[in-house]
Design a protein around this ligand. Structure first.
Ligand code: SAH
Length: 279
């Protein structure tokens, strides 16, 4: 297996090709769930939406604000932001397929006037300086090799005083031995270009000029997602096997089962703001 980092083209091809399959098995929120009860037996859709709620609690907006959604998937989080917070949202993704589906979803919900989606890379955003009141990045920046560069772009398009709310995978401590193998497998299969210790995330935020407001490691609450993934992939075998092949599907199931108990595997929710006065 190659140990090289996935390129943006690899990741785009994966999302163009597999978004539909993944959404059918998992649901239209293309991110992990947040399971806050013992036994983790609430439905997947409730858990993935609960993660949106957790991140919304860290997003600072006023009605009428303009929000940028970096890595918008097929638009489920963006549509919820627009509805609940009465904001307008521009979502960007590197997948043309996702842009089309997200746009259809916005129209179907009657939100096409306030929510739009386009193809763009977070490392070179096609927006003016200071053009957004807030930025939302739900489980997207791990796909970006130059995370510090992406955060600088986010800083550039935020107005002074505007904040980023970000959710993503992280490492709680360095992994070695069998744990490292599990994490390496996750990186390779998940198109993960950047997976670091929390302190390195903080370093990248600082380098971009963003000031940390709050950060929580919720790894214990999202890790049950991985066992759910394994179960759902197993149940969906008749649909998945012809698309993925037996070997890749079996590998994915095993990897998810291993990740479910892999202790260094963390997940962070944070907010960080562009200072009102530049340093
Ligand atoms: N936030 C969405 C989707 C998460 S999946 C949700 O929670 O439902 C990761 C998303 O990041 C995908 O939409 C993918 O296209 C996007 N992405 C990956 N690399 C990107 C990049 N370099 N620039 C912009 N978006 C990117």
């Amino acid at each position: 297996m190659s140990r090289s980092r996935p390129t943006t083209d690899n990741i785009r091809a994966t999302y163009d090709g597999f978004t539909d399959t993944y959404a059918r098995v998992w649901g239209e929120n293309l991110h992990v769930g947040y399971w806050d009860e013992p036994g983790a037996d609430s439905p997947v859709a409730a858990a993935t939406d609960r993660l949106n709620s957790e991140l919304i609690a860290r997003l600072r907006t006023q009605p009428g604000d303009a929000v940028l959604d970096v890595g918008c998937g097929i638009g489920r989080p963006a549509l919820r932001l627009a509805r609940e917070l009465d904001v307008s949202v521009v979502g960007v993704t590197i997948s043309v397929y996702q842009v089309e589906r997200a746009t259809d979803n916005a129209r179907a919900e009657g939100l096409g006037d306030r929510v739009s989606f386009s193809e763009a890379d977070v490392c070179s955003l096609p927006f003016d300086d200071r053009s957004f009141d807030a930025v939302w990045a739900m489980e997207s920046l791990h796909h970006v090799a130059d995370r510090a560069g992406a955060l600088s772009e986010i800083y550039r398009v935020l107005r002074p005083g505007g904040c980023l709310a970000m959710a993503d995978f992280s490492l709680r401590r360095p992994a070695s031995g069998a744990e490292l193998d599990v994490i390496t497998g996750f990186r390779e299969a998940g198109g993960v270009a950047t997976l670091t210790l929390i302190e390195d995330v903080l370093g990248d935020l600082r380098a971009a000029g963003l000031e940390l407001e709050s950060l929580t490691d919720v790894g214990d609450y999202v890790r049950p997602t991985m066992a759910r993934h394994a179960d759902l992939f197993r149940q969906a075998r008749p649909m998945l096997e012809p698309r993925m092949g037996v070997v890749a599907l079996d590998e994915m199931i095993i990897r998810n089962e291993q990740l479910a108990t892999c202790r260094p595997f963390g997940y962070i929710l944070l907010s960080a703001c562009r200072p009102v006065v530049s340093p």
